[in-house]
Design a binder for this molecule. Sequence first.
Ligand code: F0G
Length: 460
Amino acid sequence: MTEPGFRTIIEPFRIHSVEPLRMTTRAEREVAVAKAGYNLFQVDAQDVLIDLLTDSGTGAMSRDQWAAIQRGDESYAGSPSYFRFRDAVRALFPFEHVIPTHQGRAAEKIIFGVLGGPGKLVPNNTHFDTTRANVEFTGAEAVDLVIAEGRDPRSQHPFKGNMDVEALQALLAERADDVPVVFMTITNNSGGGQPVSLANLRAVREVCDRYGKLLFLDACRFAENAWFIHEREDGQAGREVADIVHDIASLADGMTMSAKKDPMGNIGGWLAMNDDELASQCRSLLILTEGFPTYGGLAGRDLEALAQGLTEAVDHDYLRYRITSTAYLGDALQRVGMPILSPTGGHAVYLDARALLPHIDPLHYPGQALAIALYEAGGVRSCEIGTVMFGRRPDGSEVPAPLDLVRLAIPRRTYTQSHIDYVIEVCEQVVAAAGDLRGYRIIDEPPALRHFTATFEPLR
Ligand code: F0G
């Protein structure tokens, strides 16, 4: 949030309870990261100063969320906390059935458990990695159909998360019988936190109607997406974000959700839909792994915190501050010579490590080199999204990922502008020494999801 006439971004909250940050020296960090096999997922959070690994579950809850927690009713069945949660979800997403889960991927496991299977094909603008994994686990194929601009790190398209509607139409013309559902991820996390427009959602809806297909949202960052619509789409500027969210929901038949993002929860998720028969099949699976349908793997107090968080997520002052402060980081990084994926997305800034480190071969992991350098220089933890994450083929061979990115994800309401100014300085220092950075070699890796546990060695 900025007051008219002033430059400084004011966090639209003041601090009520604080968590200490542990200061470390560069020498201590070099020891910590070497001990972790140069894998930032293996570094103890205690040894991190500014943790930008993810915006998921890492946000600060509000006074009113902590107060709501006290109201949590832990009844196994039919808790009033469930009904408050359900009604808060429905106030934004008026779906008939609202089924809580412990986080987003649990909702994905259930919906694809019902709709997936060998020979099936699920289109999405871009699948997030757990979504793709849950589609593929059933034997189905996950197809990404984002617009061409969404694959270009420099394109300034205002809605780089949009689906390529013609490609979707062509796919359905050929394989309609194999497609159980079409998904839209808002915002498009794997594509850089880029938004989807209302016009694109309407066009996708039309194609789905033509073929009689369900349309589901992966709506983790729905409020940030709606704010971008408010700011960038014709005729939307004067509207309430909650009404824009309503419009988005009215175009879909259901949704999967990680409540660890925009709903401001430290844990939680849900699955929602209108179809009675589909909901009944999902609830049967829910009981196997998550729990009874009025708590689905969550405590009553968690449901209360989410119900309150949902009302805060669509507040205009909060969203203006959220999106402006992410852009503030992106703009400043460009000024200090750090190449980034632009325009800046909602929840994160994605550094273009391949562009910064052209002397490091993609198979020597420029994203890993940059992420380790940011940690060693300033204790900033980020996440490689490149050849380490996506470069290994099922036969064990390696190919460069399309891009070598490093994500600086911003937890909600957690860090102040001076923390972000510090991150900018750390990046500036790393940019100045970029020519000295060296690549890495993997010395040990598991067969799948290697980025979480692989160990590395710096190349000399
Ligand atoms: N869909 C999207 C678009 C996501 O970004 C995530 C999680 C999920 C689904 C899965 O939700 O973690 O609650 O099971 N993204 C986190 C991230 C992990 O760091 O981007 P979950």
